[in-house]
Ligand binder design. Structure first.
Ligand code: COA
Length: 438
């Protein structure tokens, strides 16, 4: 059958599409910007038709209504990451969190450890050969498409066509719901004095010709803003945001020195503004690939002069990094942080640097500040990057390199880059712990 006939025969309303979901199913949503809002809204509106539907995904930028307590008879959120709208369900006891490295998700789907009865995704309209682009997110999308019993797609004409492993033929999709709406946008966060100082410290570790990985949050963007005088930078990063477009347009990013995927920015998902999505649209410079390639430590290790920059919530005296939990509160997930930290440690050229960057303090709701460098991690928190894996910690006060240092030396180096208001108190804790003068 010609692809147009397949497409037309499977075109339907969102309500008709979500009628393909059944009680007891596991519904996996595509990641971040690729989540299809019309299908998710229709699924929630159709809730009376379901009991015990499990909803799984990584980051969501959506409303997360399936995770509300009033919907718990119909849906259980089982997240591989938690976001602003889904986090509460864990605290209320009806949501579940599953720790998993980002690069492992396609394999877990392939092996059936992560079940996918229904996969819901947003794609571009089909091209002249009947192929849709998953555009903003190849990560686990490509495997979920293959493993799902049913694939439901929202066909949004504002989804960019991005080259790489991103194309699916219409015959791989069971229902098409047409839409036209702007994609969710994550603007460049406010970069103040603290972020600028952190950015400068990180930039001092980036040499010309380096390949960059950038994590999620304000800090990676602050770092990008400080790289304008570098040359021949490359990108091999699970995500990119608008800051990378600035550096490309300034001629700083050209990917000419990359040891793998030379001449291309290698990414697995996009999260930025329309400017980023337009930049990536049909741009041969951008190559999007699944996360079990981009984030696999053995692939990361092949990147030359790699510099990975990720953020965290707290670091203890031993250099244990907590990035996804605040005490027992599950705040996010490991994402790709450890994929890149480990890949950097295995780097074939031995030149990689894995940076964990953070402001020295965090602001609490009552206006007080706490030090993010602490003697002990908060009760109930989980270590994201272990003391064996950690490499550089950066704050606005400097750089503390951890590898090769003893526990005492690590603690001293970290206190030196803590906020001055907390250094005395941290020094006393140092003396209690190590029984030597600070
Ligand atoms: N103690 C208590 N609360 C803290 C804290 C600490 N030590 N450090 C931060 N917080 C609070 C902040 O006050 C803020 O609270 P709010 O939501 O009420 O404003 C919240 O935690 C988030 O902190 P913020 O610094 O604004 O986070 P961010 O948006 O820059 O993201 C991470 C930082 C660490 C949460 C994020 O990078 C992450 O999830 N990392 C893990 C995954 C990862 O690195 N993946 C790689 C790329 S995807």
């Amino acid at each position: 059958m010609d692809w147009k006939a397949i497409y037309d025969s499977r075109k339907c309303t969102a309500k008709e599409a979500v009628n393909k979901i059944h009680s007891g199913d596991t519904v996996v949503l595509a990641h971040a910007v690729a989540e299809p809002p019309l299908l998710v809204e229709a699924m929630v509106a159709n809730k009376e038709a379901y009991k015990n539907v499990t909803v799984s995904h990584m980051v969501t930028l959506g409303k997360g209504e399936y995770s509300l307590p009033e919907n718990k008879e119909h849906f259980t959120f089982r997240g591989w990451f938690t976001s602003a709208t889904t986090r509460k369900s864990l605290e209320q006891g009806h949501g579940q969190f599953v720790p998993v490295f980002f690069h492992e998700i396609p394999g877990m789907i392939r092996k059936g450890i992560f079940k996918v009865d229904v996969f819901m995704v947003m794609v571009s309209p089909p091209d002249e050969n009947g192929f849709c682009s998953v555009g903003v997110s190849s990560d686990y999308t490509m495997q979920a498409m293959k493993s799902a019993k049913i694939v439901l797609a929202e066909v949004n004409d504002q989804v960019p066509v991005v080259y790489g492993d991103t194309f699916v033929h219409v015959n791989q999709i069971d229902a098409f719901v047409e839409s036209s709406h702007p994609l969710p946008e994550i603007g460049v966060p406010k970069i103040g004095e603290v972020e600028t100082a952190i950015g400068k410290n990180c930039a001092s570790l980036v040499e010309d010709g380096s390949t960059l990985q950038l994590g999620i949050g304000a800090i990676p963007d602050a770092v990008l803003s400080q790289l304008k005088d570098k040359k021949h930078l490359g990108i091999h990063s699970e995500m990119i945001s608008d800051g990378v477009v600035d550096l490309y347009e300034a001629g700083v990013v050209d990917c000419s020195q990359k040891s793998i995927d030379n001449g291309k920015m290698t990414v697995t998902f996009l999260m930025g503004t329309k400017r980023l999505y337009d930049f990536c649209n049909k741009n041969p410079m951008v190559e999007m690939k699944p996360v079990d390639y981009v984030n696999h430590p053995s692939i990361v290790a092949q990147s030359s002069k790699l510099v990975c920059i990720n953020a965290c919530l707290e670091v203890d005296f031993m250099g244990q990094v907590v990035s996804d939990a605040i005490g027992i509160r599950q705040f996010s997930g490991v994402g790709g942080q450890v994929d890149f930290v480990r890949g950097a440690a295995m780097s074939l050229d031995g030149m990689a640097k894995a940076i964990i960057a953070m402001p020295s303090t965090a602001s609490m709701k009552d206006g007080s500040k706490v030090s993010k460098i602490v003697p002990y991690i908060a009760h109930g928190a989980a270590v994201t990057t272990s003391r064996h894996d950690v490499d550089y910690i950066v704050t606005e006060y400097g750089i503390a390199q951890m590898k090769g240092k003893s526990l005492q030396e690590r603690a001293r180096a970290l206190i030196e880059i803590a906020h001055p208001d907390f250094r005395e108190e941290l020094g006393k804790e140092f003396e209690k712990r190590f029984h030597v003068e600070f």
